[in-house]
Design a protein around this ligand. Sequence first.
Ligand code: TXA
Ligand code: MG
Length: 349
Amino acid sequence: MQTKYIEFTSGDAPEFIEAAMALREGKLVAFPTETVYGLGANALDSEAVRSIYIAKGRPSDNPLIVHIADRDMLEPLVTEISPNALKLMSAYWPGPLTIILKKTDIVPDVTTGGLNTVAIRMPDNDIALELIRKAGVPVAAPSANRSGRPSPTMAKHVLEDLDGRISYIIDGGPCRVGVESTVVDMTSEPAVILRPGGITPRMIEQVIGRVELDRSILERKPVDRPRAPGMKYKHYAPKADVFVVSGEYGNIAEWLKKAVTDDENAGIKSVILAAKEHIREYGLKNAISYGSIENADEIASSIFRLFRECDRMGADRIYVEAIPKEGMGLAVMNRIEKAAGGKIIQAGE
Ligand code: TXA
Ligand code: MG
């Protein structure tokens, strides 16, 4: 298959309209969102959705998020919308919040991995919204990476993973948020966050009161049967072995400096991903900045890109300095710990 790469210019450009029509007709189109690039298919077309799983190499029990451009698109997809769900939509749509509701029969089983619920989100990206509007159908879209790889935050990452496997890639520049949307299950009481993301637990609490965190978020190792099936897989991972190093900064720095020296002596190529404030401590040859320790948003927007860069450098090991699990830090640490697959070091213990 020839993948057509489109630099976005305008919603009226002939090639953009061609991609939107192809999407409606059952083809796969990768497109930018504010979080990460998505791999879109017509959510109501079982065949089209099935081809997403094939292109990504994704396990078919892992349900997809259905993207909509306006509220009118929502009604046919869900049986009811609770007052709290409505409040969240008003507060954070369009935005990085995915809401799980009970599905109607028009949503095919392949889209929801056989569940009777459906995950819905309205992305905060004009290109995504225009594409969905022009296609005129709700768009099922997982992150546009090969299954298990870091999510793509630039169109070239999509090309790396999916060239020749999908029909179109729309390049709309780098993604602003950089980690995937928050997934909140509104079919239970109280609501439960299944995946932390761009909308923090506090932001949700401010709108609907109490919300729980699923245990797959609180535990650092993969859990057996998480409620978001996607959270059980080793995920977001570069080819290198990832280690999270946490503890007090002094202990982290001491541990890391010894580790890179030991690795170097053993012929292992390791890279440290660290706060920009700490880079000089490790030496520029060993460490790359993921942004300021003061700014978890900045770290979120760079982390997946840096995982891919470490792969390109041929790293065998990546050590990542842990950050506090507060605000956006919760989502960032969730992705890093998943990438590490449980390899977490408590420096100083
Ligand atoms: O930011 C995002 O959400 C990106 C962009 C492209 O919109 N999409 C994304 O999709 O991250 P994906 O497929 O990589 O992750 C979807 C997550 C998975 O963990 C999946 O298990 C969960 O949402 N999920 C989807 N539908 C669900 C449902 N009905 N019940 C529970 N979890 C569900
Ligand atoms: Mg994904």
